[in-house]
Design a protein around this ligand. Structure first.
Ligand code: ZN
Ligand code: MN
Ligand code: MN
Length: 276
């Protein structure tokens, strides 16, 4: 959810009536986790400017609102450097996050950095960017990662096969740590592998394809992780129902999964022997 209008810098704090209505509605859902997404104007990667000041203030306010709503984390795009280069952009993101975490030091709300497609000067398409942000931020307990499958693919991570998925997760694990991943955006991609163009497609109707979602939805490391669809929608949300149906059809019974994982491990171990 957005904690305020996502195209405005400032919002109105939820009042007591809104908070109690939200608590009531929240209890009535079967969701085990509800999380936030920051507004689209926020950019922590750019150099000092009026927009950067507004971004920092806006993020502080969103953390406060998210805290009031009891959200454990809000997903944020790392930002666009707008021409200053990757290193300078990362430096600005780190400085911005340190400032925001200091101002909101009493809050437990985490910022989940979302991997991006790398469109324009957007950072976060390489796991190395995320790792550099984790390295620079003082209070990393306030940081997390949200993985978007369409962005992974457009950024050049080929997740279409179980092997590709595991390889990608291994890279993320060695650079950032899979324990930092707290949520997923499950989207297919209208654009090609490595295109760095961010266009979401319905599950199975994009370049990732339906089989590309089998590994993510069955990965035991993410069994309890929340995920959401950012696929095209009309008012009645019937597309979401179809996309969920597709994703659920891929979920395998636990036994079959364990057996396949074991086979995969045995094969891997046996390989050097065969080579010798
Ligand atoms: Zn996002
Ligand atoms: Mn996303
Ligand atoms: Mn996107």
């Amino acid at each position: 959810m957005f904690v305020k209008n996502n195209m405005r810098w400032r919002g109105k704090a939820p009042d007591a009536a809104a908070l109690s209505l939200y608590a009531k509605e929240r209890q009535a859902t079967s969701f085990h986790c509800v999380f936030g997404h920051t507004g689209y104007l926020i950019n922590l990667a750019a150099r000092s400017s009026d927009n950067r000041t507004k971004s920092l203030e806006s993020l502080v306010q969103e953390i406060e609102f998210a805290g009031a709503l009891g959200l454990p984390f809000i997903v944020m795009h790392p930002g666009a450097h707008l021409g200053t280069g990757e290193a300078e952009g990362v430096k600005q993101i780190v400085a911005g996050l340190n400032e925001v975490f200091a101002i909101t030091r009493r809050s437990r709300v985490r910022i989940a950095l979302e991997n991006t497609a790398g469109q324009g000067s957007c950072l976060g398409n390489r796991f190395e960017h995320l790792a550099a942000i984790f390295d620079g931020v003082r209070n990393t307990r306030r940081l997390a990662v949200c993985l978007d499958t369409a962005h992974l693919f457009a950024a050049g991570y080929d997740i279409r096969t179980p092997k590709g998925w595991n390889h990608t997760m291994h890279q993320l694990d060695s650079l950032v740590g899979l324990d930092q991943v707290v949520a997923f955006h499950l989207n297919d991609s209208k654009t090609d592998l490595g295109s760095q163009v961010d266009r979401h497609a319905h599950i199975g109707q994009g370049k990732i394809g339906v089989e590309g979602f089998r590994a993510p939805v069955n990965d035991p490391r993410f069994e309890r992780h929340p995920a959401c669809l950012e696929t095209p929608k009309s008012d009645d949300l019937h597309e979401d129902i179809l996309n969920l149906k597709t994703l659920r059809s891929l979920i395998e019974p636990r036994r079959a999964r364990v057996r396949r994982d074991r086979k995969f491990k045995l094969k891997k171990k046996a390989a050097p022997l065969r080579a010798a």
